[in-house]
Design a protein around this ligand. Structure first.
Ligand code: UDP
Ligand code: MG
Length: 331
């Protein structure tokens, strides 16, 4: 491992990626070696339960620039990225998925775009998502539409978490006090000068997706509640609408009563109870999302805990001379 600051840090969150690892090494290493800049590959093992950690530990012995940071337990993709942001030392930081859906060859383009155009952020933008399933594409499109409105800035469509940022951005992100940050929203929101590089997204090289439906929903909820209180106002609007409707109902009921046509109103009662009940529960749930967010941030629990960092491992032969400690991520 380089003991001085590398130019480039490639941060790769991994959760149960043993299937993809051999392909990952074979493709990544020649490419980064050929870039002509000093680099570190910082793999954040997000509490994998399979052989990922063992394979990585083994690989750090053969690949000097490979650095392993292991989280104590599965903390989620965004938390793993946070860990990478805290620990990376490079002047530029690229985040990329382990599954090689984002072609690592594009890293060279990201880097040269950042240097040539002198920008702090370069987004990798998918020009073609035909390798994703229909459901994934549709939910992704809905997600990006909504997010553009909420963040109130142009967030590049179809930019996932494949991007390059400069040290300035890394420091700015690390200085944000918020927990549960969603990188693909926070980084455009910061507003540093940016550029885009488009690429074609490939199929997952091996293994299956580690983003199940509940993780996807979590990301969506975090994204909305981090940027907007609009859902809370939904309750107000629904309440107003309900109020208006009830005025109409009251008038209607009085008219039928006065004209002597009143019939036992079983249907309307049940309907009203069901609709209003549903609206109330929905609003309560929305409120709950924000209260939960406040609650979690007031607990001030770290989003992740690092169990191991090969850079700080005194038993690891290549790191003997490293002395400079990094900032701890516990606040
Ligand atoms: N990942 C992670 N922690 C998780 C889930 C996913 O670190 O809890 C990593 C995963 O190993 C991969 C990246 O996040 O490197 C993106 O996940 P995946 O490719 O499964 O998502 P998809 O491309 O299907 O949206
Ligand atoms: Mg993937």
């Amino acid at each position: 491992m380089e003991t001085s600051q590398p130019i480039l840090s490639v941060v790769v969150p991994m959760y149960d990626e043993e299937d993809v690892l051999p392909i990952f090494f074979a493709r990544m290493r020649p490419l980064l070696d050929g870039l002509g800049v000093s680099y570190e590959v910082l793999v954040v093992d997000d509490g994998s339960r399979d052989a990922t950690a063992a394979l990585l530990t083994e690989a750090t012995r053969q690949w000097r620039q490979l650095r392993l940071v292991r989280l104590l337990r599965n903390s989620g993709h965004q938390a793993a990225l946070s860990a990478g942001f805290r620990r990376a030392r490079g002047e530029y930081l690229v985040t990329i998925d382990a599954d090689l859906q984002d072609p690592p060859e594009v890293i060279a383009d990201l880097l040269s775009a950042a240097r040539d155009k002198d920008v702090d952020v370069v987004y990798g933008v998918r020009s073609d998502r035909s390798s994703d399933t229909w459901a994934k594409r549709t939910t992704a499109r809905m997600y990006y539409r909504l997010m553009c409105r909420l963040v109130g800035k142009d967030i590049p469509f179809d930019a996932g978490d494949f991007r390059l940022v400069s040290r300035r951005v890394v420091d700015a992100v690390n200085a944000l006090p918020e927990d549960g940050r969603v990188f693909r929203l926070v980084i455009p929101w910061l507003g540093f000068p940016s550029a885009e590089v488009s690429y074609v997204r490939a199929e997952r090289a091996a293994g299956v997706t580690k983003y199940n439906v509940s993780k996807m929903l979590r990301l969506a909820f975090d994204s909305v509640t981090a940027f907007s209180a609009a859902p809370l106002r939904l309750a107000t609007w629904l309440g107003l609408l309900g109020g208006l409707l009830s005025v109409v109902f009251v008038i209607g009921a009085l008219v039928t009563k006065l004209t002597g046509q009143s019939i036992p109103g079983w249907t309307s009662t049940v309907l009203a109870v069901a609709v209003i009940g549903a609206i109330q529960l929905l609003c309560l749930g929305l409120l709950g999302e924000y209260v939960a967010r406040l609650f979690q941030s007031s607990q001030k629990r770290p989003q992740f805990l690092v169990g191991y960092d090969s850079l700080e491992d005194p038993g690891h032969h290549s790191y003997a001379e490293v002395t400079e400690p990094r900032d701890p991520e516990h606040r």
